[in-house]
Ligand binder design. Structure first.
Ligand code: GCU
Length: 136
C-alpha cells in the first residue's frame, strides 16, 4: 500500500524494544514486544484532511498462535488477531480502515495477550478506496 510510512522502531514504546535479529524488516529494525499483556507501540500520524484512511501494519509472528493487538485510533479501539506468518523473518500485512482527523492522530497498538504482540515493522497510512467498513 502506498502512503506515508511510520517505522515501528521510531515510535513511542512501552514494554517493547527495538530489535534487528530477524531479516526482512524495513528501516533500521523492528519492534519486539515483551511477552506480556500491556506493551504498546504508539505513533503520531499526520492527516492533511479528515476522513477515512487505511492503516496497514507490517508484522511477523513466528508462532502458530495469534498475537492479538488492540488498535486505538485517537482512543477508539479495534481488536485484531495477528496470525502466524510462518517464521519470524516472514512479514505480512494486516489492514484496517479508520477515520482520521485533520492534523495529528494517535495510533496505539497494545498487546492484549499473555504472549505479547507480534513483531511490528511499520505502519503505512493510505488513502481509503471507499466502501470499506470502518472498524476504528
Ligand atoms: C522469539 C523471537 C522474537 C519474538 C519472540 C516472541 O524470541 O526471536 O523476535 O519477539 O520470540 O515470542 O515474541
Amino acid at each position: 500500500p502506498g502512503g506515508p510510512e511510520y517505522q515501528a522502531e521510531n515510535a513511542t514504546l512501552s514494554q517493547a524494544t527495538v530489535a534487528s535479529n530477524h531479516a526482512g524488516y524495513t528501516g533500521s529494525g523492528f519492534v519486539d514486544y515483551v511477552n506480556t499483556v500491556g506493551g504498546y507501540v504508539e505513533w503520531t500520524v499526520q492527516a492533511a484532511t479528515a476522513g477515512p484512511a487505511t492503516l496497514t501494519f507490517r508484522y511477523a509472528n513466528g508462532t502458530t498462535a495469534v498475537r492479538p493487538l488492540a488498535i486505538a485510533v485517537n482512543g477508539t479501539v479495534a481488536n485484531r488477531d495477528f496470525p502466524g506468518t510462518g517464521a519470524w523473518a516472514t512479514w505480512s500485512d494486516l489492514t484496517l480502515t479508520a477515520t482520521l482527523k485533520a492534523g495529528a492522530n494517535t495510533v496505539r497498538a497494545t498487546a492484549t495477550g499473555a504472549a505479547g504482540g507480534p513483531n511490528l515493522d511499520k505502519l503505512t497510512v493510505g488513502a481509503s478506496s471507499g466502501g470499506e467498513t470502518f472498524v476504528v
